[in-house]
Design a protein around this ligand. Structure first.
Ligand SMILES: C[S@@+](CC[C@H](N)C(=O)[O-])C[C@H]1O[C@@H](n2cnc3c(N)ncnc32)[C@H](O)[C@@H]1O
Length: 280
């Protein structure tokens, strides 16, 4: 019997916790063994199976080198769904659920509703809205082909047939079309922000994160195009950085949006700004 076979699951976990964070080691162990926390608690003294030990060791090494947990596992929970993610997609963040909630408050649950998600990545926002509003027809756009492939697989995985994915630069694939609701979580980090070179962000696509000198280049483009692509009374909401609320509200107001307000995330920081196109 090899050394790793003789070692228990708990011993293997303890050893890994010296190299990566304990929570990450536990998450990787759950993933490798395909079990839940309760199982680990009850079976921790059992020997670590050899094949799982090898996969666990490789995963710990990859995590120790910095690769985000979600890219190792190939998935991340968002809203009520487990979504595939890849290095072509941003890892969906819990803050973004605020944008979904804002959209759901504005999208009726009956009748024909056309929704647009700009910069869909893994499809997180588009799929959450499509799931909660089966009456909605959702169009989701991204310029990254690799992200759109992942998003399309996520739609199939959750049997959501009311989402269409299009490739292109922001509004270009929907020229001349209008929607009841437009949402976006665009890139909004300043391109010289030191965080881009730290932690998980180092591994995420730069095209999903950085947006010009002040982080607002894409937001300005999106706000400018929104009026043209919204029906009268239509709803528009954008996720942004915690320190961009005021600047984004000004952009919305200058573009002619009404009832403009900024919503705060779970940590009470400005996170989503929303507004409506006037009804007349
Ligand atoms: C911050 S990520 C958001 C991903 C996803 N919506 C989410 O919330 O997890 C921004 C996304 O916008 C896409 N993107 C960046 N520039 C774009 C452009 N000019 N046209 C279309 N999509 C773009 C990126 O590829 C990326 O998927």
């Amino acid at each position: 019997m090899s050394h790793s076979q003789a070692r228990s699951i708990n011993e293997t976990l303890r050893e890994a916790a010296g190299r990566i964070q304990k929570e990450d080691a536990t998450a990787l162990m759950r993933w490798v063994l395909d079990v839940r926390d309760t199982w680990l608690f009850l079976h921790g003294n059992e020997p670590m199976p050899l094949d799982a030990a090898e996969r666990f060791a490789a995963a710990v090494q990859t995590r120790a080198a910095g690769t985000p947990l979600a890219y190792i596992e190939g998935s991340r929970g968002f809203w009520s769904m487990e979504l595939e993610v890849s290095p072509a997609t941003l890892i969906p963040r819990v803050e973004t659920e605020l944008l979904v909630e804002a959209a759901l408050a504005a999208v009726p649950s009956e009748g024909q509703v056309d929704v647009l998600d700009l910069g869909t990545g893994s499809g997180a926002i588009a799929l959450a809205i499509a799931k909660e509003r089966r009456n909605a027809q959702v169009v989701a756009i991204d310029q990254c082909a690799g992200a759109l492939e992942v998003a399309a697989r996520n739609a199939s995985r959750h049997a959501l047939t009311n989402v269409r994915f299009l490739k292109g630069d922001w509004y270009a694939p929907v020229a001349g079309q209008q929607f009841h609701c437009i949402v976006s979580n665009p890139p909004y980090i300043r391109e010289d922000d030191a965080h881009l070179k730290q932690g998980d962000l180092r591994f995420e696509p730069m095209g999903a994160l950085a947006s010009g000198e002040d982080g607002l280049t894409d937001i300005r483009t999106l706000v400018q195009g929104a009026m043209r692509h919204l029906m009268r009374g239509g709803f528009f909401a954008i996720e942004h950085g915690y320190d961009q609320g005021e600047a984004v509200r000004h952009c919305f107001e200058n573009a002619g949006f009404v009832e403009v307000r900024t919503l705060k995330d779970l940590e009470s920081r400005d996170r989503v700004t929303q507004g409506f196109k006037p009804t007349h």
